[in-house]
Design a protein around this ligand. Structure first.
Ligand code: XCC
Ligand code: SF4
Length: 623
């Protein structure tokens, strides 16, 4: 194996496919990253501003050139404004995804979404109760309609507080009220961020960042949480399922369809079409042994969690999946779909389909999904994919898939523990499990692909720290083999004993990126059971390879919820030492947690272990 491929990714399939891509003259994300180097230092430090047309401006970090933009904004203001706009974009992405699900729920209630239904009645009632909706003896569709309406109000501005915030521990809610960051409407907070960061509005870097926290909280305890809850209501609450990961999940003798993006609204319908006898028969007629559906990124995670649909890869290998020449069709919705995908597909027989009214891509055919046409359109697309089977050229699927178990919703974890979180708390109290860490987020060509996730996770579990994961991190850990019951071999003695007796892996797949809300719910349940606040618990989070604005929002709401969070790549804030100090230290006094930044996962593991032991000591738990 040539060194160049090893430099980019630790995965065997990634390395082999990179070689294939080079042979096929496919340009990848790594090539384009290389071509961008050196990247702009001002932008890297957050010191460039394009907010208005008196600019663009930049502030000289060495103190020699200009220290203020044309309007007079200094480095602190510019850095804080830029960061807040990243939060707003990330919160908007998650929350708009949530909104799309709520709209489907509303259409289901009105009987206008053929093929969609209420899958989890119990959850519908439970969530409706959070919204003070009477459910006793009421028709489920009526409950669904009322719930959809109530959730839509969370997006608007008619309230002082989002509804689901009240599921946070009391102490946390009081703190948020005290410091003035209680999120109100989801759309309102995003819109207010855009207002505050307009030239000549909020020029206090502290007040800007406080609002940034409020905006991020409206994502975590609002838009994302709504997305997760409604997905469970419509498609079922996940329970453990056997699945597999890496590009080896593609099948040489079957029609391969890959879904990419985030929202299960499209991918669930594609899955149903793939399973229909009519489609299976057609596939057979065309000489295929079946229809094989696989996922990439988070819409893949949604299907994996609920149905065990296998995962072909995460963000950075999304282009490489196409270089197998084995994909008949890739169907995308939105977020994290590189605009290069159409170019890559053009070199093979793969057909690329975009489906969302808000997301277009070069080189893709646009077939728009709406609740009323989804079922029919899904069949049409699957038919086209099957018909494309005969156009295949050379196929290269160089690896065998790795087995994994997915589907650990909070409901399932609590059920596995016997109905209450108490056994987990006992195990933590006894020191068998030192604590728990959420390893989440993306890939980024600045970090060797999957190296951050896998190295950090390995170090944590071998030190008896339970890992829960989501997003592309979860896919990395699945490929690394950490998600089978036998993976307890990688764990320290205490974690091994506990997971072994429960028959669960030491790394629990909790879903997609909006499903980080599940981690909030779990942390909240632990804090409530221990009658304390989340910030007192031996917990931490990490985003070892993050890249996206969504990850910024996630990081900020996680810290604001009281969880120490270590980022791999440095966010663009180093142009302001004030902002750096606040985020990495000062926030401890404000929300009881702060950020760390450490691109080396070996060192990040040490930071996290130290933090967990400190929290244990404060709680008086044994060493
Ligand atoms: Fe995207 Fe969600 Fe990041 Fe992966 S982890 S690169 S955001 S797909 Ni969410
Ligand atoms: Fe320059 Fe100020 Fe306009 Fe930003 S807002 S571009 S710093 S003048």
């Amino acid at each position: 194996m040539s060194k160049a491929y090893e430099k980019n990714t630790i995965t065997e399939d990634g390395q082999l496919l990179l070689k294939k891509a080079e042979r096929d003259q496919i340009e990848t994300v790594w090539d384009r990253y290389e071509a961008q180097l050196p990247q702009c230092g001002y932008c890297e430090m957050g010191l460039s501003c394009r907010v208005c047309v008196m600019g663009p401006c930049r502030v000289d970090p060495f103190g020699e050139g200009p220290q203020k933009g044309v309007c007079g904004a200094d480095g602190d203001i510019i850095v804080a404004r830029n960061l807040c706009r990243m939060i707003a974009a990330g919160a908007a992405a998650h929350s708009d995804h949530g909104r799309d699900l709520v709209e489907v729920l509303a259409e289901v209630a009105e009987g206008r979404a053929p093929g969609y239904e209420i899958k989890d009645m119990e959850k519908l009632k439970r969530v409706a109760a959070e919204y003070n909706i009477e459910t006793e003896g009421k028709d489920p569709l009526k409950i669904a309609g009322e719930l959809a309406h109530a959730m839509q109000e969370d997006f608007g501005t008619r309230k002082k507080e989002l509804t689901l915030v009240k599921t946070a521990p009391e102490k946390r809610q009081e703190l948020w009220k005290k410091i003035g960051v209680m999120p109100r409407g989801i759309d309102r907070e995003i819109s207010e961020t855009m207002h505050r960061t307009h030239m000549g509005v909020d020029n206090g870097w502290q007040s800007l960042l406080l609002h940034g926290i409020r905006n991020a909280l409206s994502d975590g305890w609002g838009g994302s949480m709504i997305a997760t809850e409604v997905s469970d209501i419509l498609f079922g609450t996940p329970a453990p399922k056997l699945t597999a990961a890496n590009v080896g999940v593609l099948k040489e003798d079957q029609v391969n369809i890959v879904v990419h993006g985030h929202n299960p609204v499209v991918s669930e319908m594609i899955m149903l079409a793939c399973q229909s006898p009519e489609m299976l028969k057609l596939a057979e007629e065309k000489g295929a042994k079946g229809i094989n559906l696989a996922g990439v990124c988070c819409t893949g995670n949604e299907l994996l969690m609920r149905h065990g649909v296998p995962m072909a890869g995460n963000h950075l290998v999304s282009e490489l999946v196409l270089t197998t020449g084995a994909v008949e069709m890739m169907i995308v919705d939105y977020q994290c779909i590189m605009p290069s995908m159409g170019d890559v597909a053009a070199c093979y027989h793969t057909r690329m389909i975009s489906t969302s009214d808000k997301a277009r891509f070069p080189g893709m055919t646009h077939r728009e999904f709406h609740p009323d046409n989804a079922r029919e359109l899904a069949k049409e697309l699957v038919t086209a994919a099957i018909e494309n089977f005969e156009n295949r050229g050379e196929v290269y699927i160089p690896v065998e898939p790795v087995n994994a178990i997915g589907g650990f919703s909070v409901e399932t974890i609590v059920a596995a523990l016997g109905g209450t979180p108490q056994p987990l708390i006992d195990a933590i109290a006894a020191g068998k499990i030192r604590g728990a860490v959420g390893v989440v987020g993306c890939n980024n060509p600045k970090i060797k692909h999957d190296y951050g996730h896998v190295t950090l996770t390995k170090r944590l579990i071998e030190n008896d720290i339970l890992v829960v994961d989501t997003g592309c991190a979860a896919i990395a850990n699945a490929k690394a083999g950490f998600k089978v019951a036998d993976a307890i071999e990688f764990a320290g003695p205490g974690l091994k004993e506990i997971c072994g007796s429960l028959g669960i892996p030491p790394v629990l797949h909790m879903g997609s990126c909006v499903d980080n809300a599940r981690i909030l719910v779990l942390a909240s349940a632990l804090a409530k059971a221990m009658k304390t606040d989340i910030s007192d618990l031996p917990l931490a989070a990490a985003a070892p390879e993050w890249y996206s604005e969504k990850a910024v929002s996630i990081g900020v709401y996680t810290v604001a919820s009281g969880v120490y969070t270590v980022l791999g790549p440095m966010p663009p804030i180093t142009g302001s030492m004030n902002v750096v100090r606040l985020l990495t230290d000062g926030l401890n006094d404000v929300v009881g947690a702060a950020f760390g930044v450490e691109p080396d996962p070996e060192k990040a593991a040490v930071l996290i272990r130290r933090h967990i032991e400190e929290k244990r000591e404060n709680l008086g738990l044994p060493f």
